[in-house]
Design a protein around this ligand. Structure first.
Ligand code: HEC
Ligand code: HEC
Length: 207
């Protein structure tokens, strides 16, 4: 039987590995990601079908050309952040980055994307620390509504076995009183990943 003390370095090494691995496979929540077509039909078509409020219409080259010429990363950025009457993430915070890129590729091409499952582009906004300060700290510093507190190892350890990717996924989609993306629908999956990694590092690598 090992004592708890001698296990600590092993546990810490596992946590570091989990965080590093989670970063590498940040898109591993992808198993649940929907196709561009599904997302467009369920979320985007209500505006992009008929061109409500000037939304570029699905598959309409004339509508898309002046926007698409700036490249997919720019389209992705503005549709995640929101642009005038276009709400961030199409108004559904739980739509993932990958689903957004697929949906855009589907709309711009009118469903003729060469590979509808391909991840096309990624956006990030700030460091994990910046994002936590701006969007997560309000609840996670004091433990509002039962939020696991930053720096409280006991609060985080029982959540770790599901893996970093799952924790990120539940922060993206929302989980009980945890709102999707903490209620900041303009954050990307990469931002959420950075924020979760930061909170874990702050919480688990302290004694
Ligand atoms: C509530 C209506 C609405 C919904 C829902 C909506 N959009 Fe939009 N979208 C707009 C409008 C309006 C514009 C034009 C904004 C402008 O340029 O003023 C737009 C523009 C865009 C652009 C062009 C951005 C640019 O940089 O020119 C993209 C890309 C886009 N939407 C993607 C999406 C995706 C993907 C979805 C679904 C996940 C979606 N939209 C859902 C209304 C909507
Ligand atoms: C409005 C308050 C609030 C905000 C803002 C908030 N959280 Fe949470 N969060 C919670 C609560 C409450 C829980 C506990 C939910 C539960 O497990 O029942 C939680 C749980 C979590 C979990 C654990 C999920 C799991 O599956 O165990 C993660 C990860 C997380 N939040 C990440 C974030 C990130 C990242 C941000 C900032 C982008 C954020 N939260 C912003 C309230 C919040």
């Amino acid at each position: 039987m090992m004592t708890l003390g001698s296990q600590r370095p092993v546990v810490l090494a596992m946590i570091h590995l989990a965080i590093a691995f989670g970063l590498l496979v940040g898109g591993s929540a992808a198993a649940a990601d929907r196709s561009g077509k599904e997302v467009v039909n369920s979320v985007c078509a209500s505006c992009h079908g008929e061109g409500k409020d000037g939304a570029p219409r699905i598959g309409n080259t004339a509508d898309w050309a002046p926007r698409a010429k700036f490249g997919l990363p720019r389209l992705l950025h503005s549709s995640m952040e929101g642009l005038r009457k276009m709400p961030a993430h199409g108004g559904k915070a739980a739509v993932t980055d990958l689903e957004m890129t697929r949906a855009i590729a589907y709309m711009v091409s009118g469903g003729k994307t060469p590979d509808p499952q391909k991840p096309y582009a990624k956006v990030a906004h700030g460091s994990g620390e910046d994002i936590v300060n701006a969007a997560c700290g309000n609840c996670h510093r004091e433990g509002v509504g039962g939020a696991p507190k930053i720096g409280d190892k006991e609060a985080w350890l029982p959540r770790l076995p599901k893996g970093v990717a799952e924790l990120v996924a539940s922060a993206i989609h929302g989980h009980n009183k945890m709102p999707a993306r903490g209620g900041f629908s303009n954050l990307s999956d990469i931002d959420i990943h950075a924020a979760v990694s930061y909170m874990l590092t702050q919480s688990l690598t302290r004694k």
